[in-house]
Write a protein that binds this ligand. Sequence first.
Ligand SMILES: Nc1nc2c(ncn2[C@@H]2O[C@H](COP(=O)(O)OP(=O)(O)O)[C@@H](O)[C@H]2O)c(=O)[nH]1
Ligand SMILES: [Mg+2]
Length: 300
Amino acid sequence: MFKKMKSGLSGLRQRLSKTHNSIMGGVEGAAPTMSREEFLETLEESLITSDIGVATSLDIAERIRSKGGQNVARLQEYLRDYLYDILKEVEAPLKIERSPFMVLVMGVNGVGKTTTIGKLSAHLSSAGKSVILGAGDTFRAAASEQLELWGRRTGCDVISQSIGTDPGAVTFDTIKAAIGRYANIILLDTAGRLHTKSNLMDELKKINRIAGRELAGAPHEKLLVLDASTGQNALNQARLFNEAIGVTGIVLTKLDGTAKGGIIVPLAKELKIPIRYIGVGEGVEDLREFKAREFVEAII
Ligand SMILES: Nc1nc2c(ncn2[C@@H]2O[C@H](COP(=O)(O)OP(=O)(O)O)[C@@H](O)[C@H]2O)c(=O)[nH]1
Ligand SMILES: [Mg+2]
């Protein structure tokens, strides 16, 4: 039913057009008539607006300045190379090296955790894996209903319990079911209410403990979902979850429809955590493996 995960530049370029426009919009049309210094100043401002970060933006402009030369097209090339060097460091696709392999999916409310799980379950099951979904967000009734809907769409079993149940119990049940049914992959959804920050982190720690007790090495991936459209907030969340829980992979969602996709650069530079996937839409096919080259080509 679902085909191989999409790749290729043309569709991606269109999905990332807002970030592209925010970085290149100011310089692209006017570039041939601009002086080199005008170009660099415009670029500097655009980079800052796209959430690439002030220090990085100034550094990029400075490096390009020091390279000399007057060719504006060449400057764009420098820019591509610079960003590629940063982003290739975090290009590391998720490797599923054991069975069952457990992915703990974390992140604050609304970033796209449940949707990402749905998309991922479609992709993995179409690749021949048997996937079990665990409805660890027991805080809202709608959360497990949403996951069950994805389970029906993608043909994956969903383990859920009534609202208010300890998510540790759901973790336990999901792992037991995965072992009993010889499932290959467990995708565990979690709650994301940030206003009770310490409770959320305690809850995640407990889930981790129970997972590790029931299944050796689990969770094998601690996947943090971040909403690119929140810009700097996404970076703050990454720091917070990484300090409290440890993050082994990132999914950056909603890169379609935001001009702040530049946030991927400080994320990569500062945290150096692999970016496994990017979300470029709400549909089941709108999750892509992160490829640095493709990404840079699409935004510059
Ligand atoms: N445009 C766009 N919307 C997304 C993407 N990922 C998730 N969403 C939407 O974001 C909203 C919140 O997603 P949800 O998975 O419920 O977030 P959760 O609270 O973290 O589980 C939903 O309307 C999703 O369709 C994406 O990559 N692009
Ligand atoms: Mg959810």
